[in-house]
Ligand binder design. Structure first.
Ligand code: TLP
Length: 342
């Protein structure tokens, strides 16, 4: 059955061109750094992200946690937003894998005020205090909003002043660049390392990229192996990653336009509240009117061949991607409208 799957952009299936590339990929043992397709992907990613080197990793969480593990010492403090993916959805991995303390900041819709970050940076030698080992930013944010370049720049200046590196959870950094109308390097220039997902809106079946200075990536490659993440003939899954970067980054505006279309149609349904100002990328969050029978709504959506996650903090999230067109969105809104209308 071909579902209309709006749960996330993590559900994207590889394009036909990606499947062809997978079948014909040149491969080798990547632990020996013999896989020409992985090497091609890593070089392309480093160039596009404006970093000296890059590493192909299994997932976004792996890339984020490998960054923390490689930047930090055990006992360090890591500054992050209280609603960041690193804090909310990574199983407490920073403590488990790296033995670090997460120092959270209440974000303003995903944005961390640079002054708030600076006030939490540990300064000076004191027998009581840990070292601030890393600042973690997220852009685009998992709430679908994009952090302005000026905020990134101001944060970078503070981090540089205190000698603290910045890691960017850039799972959707190409979506952010599309929204800002800038090259992705204008975002990544303000951070030391960046993780970007190939397997979300960019539609690769597997994988993310961790990019940064050559010396950092060399240490990260060692740490990836330590964590059991050494690839063998991974060219089979690196090949679609190359197409993700060369082709799918160019069409993200289609997903963004479809998200705005969806938000506008939902806003026309009596009782549904959509904040159009929050619709920056391919995500639409909306509040249903009180009293909506959620089990009935989820059953109606499933019966119509539509997959969506339930409400989260009183809001539902629908995510557009290359396999979602306007007809699918119209069908989705029609089901929601009928259930809400009772
Ligand atoms: C900002 C950000 N950083 C990292 C990740 C993790 O990427 P993966 O480990 O799933 O590849 C995600 C996945 N986000 C997923 C989604 O949005 O459906 C779920 C919540 O994990 C993310 O949104």
């Amino acid at each position: 059955m071909q579902w209309i799957d709006l749960r996330s952009d993590t559900v994207t299936q590889p394009t036909p061109a990606m499947r062809q590339a997978m079948a014909t990929a040149e491969v080798g043992d990547d632990v020996y750094q013999d896989d020409p397709t992985v090497i091609q992907l890593e070089r392309l990613a480093a160039e596009m992200l404006g970093k000296e080197d890059a590493l192909f990793v299994p997932t976004g969480v792996f890339g984020n946690q490998l960054a923390v593990f490689t930047h930090c010492r055990r006992g360090d403090e890591v500054i992050a937003g209280d609603d960041s993916h690193l804090v909310w959805h990574e199983n407490g991995a920073a403590a488990v894998i790296s033995g670090v303390q997460l120092r959270t900041i209440a974000s303003k819709q995903g944005l961390l005020e640079p002054s708030e970050i600076e006030s939490r940076i540990r300064v000076g030698e004191d027998i009581h205090i840990p070292r601030t080992g890393l600042i973690c930013l997220e852009n685009a944010h998992g709430n679908g909003r994009v952090i302005p370049l000026a905020t990134m720049e101001a944060t970078a200046a503070i981090a540089q002043k205190h000698g603290v590196p910045i890691h960017l959870d850039g799972a959707r950094v190409f979506n952010a660049a599309t929204y800002l109308g800038c090259d992705v390097k204008e975002i990544t220039q303000h951070v030391d390392t960046v993780m970007c997902c190939l397997s979300k809106g960019l539609a690769a079946p597997v994988g993310s990229i961790l990019a940064g200075p050559a010396a950092f990536i060399k240490r990260a490659r060692y740490n990836r192996k330590l964590l059991g993440g050494g690839w063998r003939q991974a060219g089979v899954i690196a090949a679609p990653g190359i197409l993700a970067l060369t082709e799918m980054t160019q069409r993200l505006d289609v997903d963004h336009d479809n998200a705005r279309y969806l938000a506008e149609r939902l806003a026309e349904v009596p009782g549904i509240n959509v904040d159009m100002d929050d619709v920056h990328i391919n995500m639409v969050w909306f509040a249903l009117p009180d009293g909506v029978d959620m089990p009935q709504l989820m059953d109606a959506l499933e019966a119509a061949g539509i997959r969506a996650n339930g409400a989260y903090g009183g809001k539902m999230r629908l995510v557009t991607h290359w396999q979602i067109d306007r007809d699918a969105l119209d069908r989705t809104v029609s089901v929601i409208r009928n259930v809400v209308a009772g």
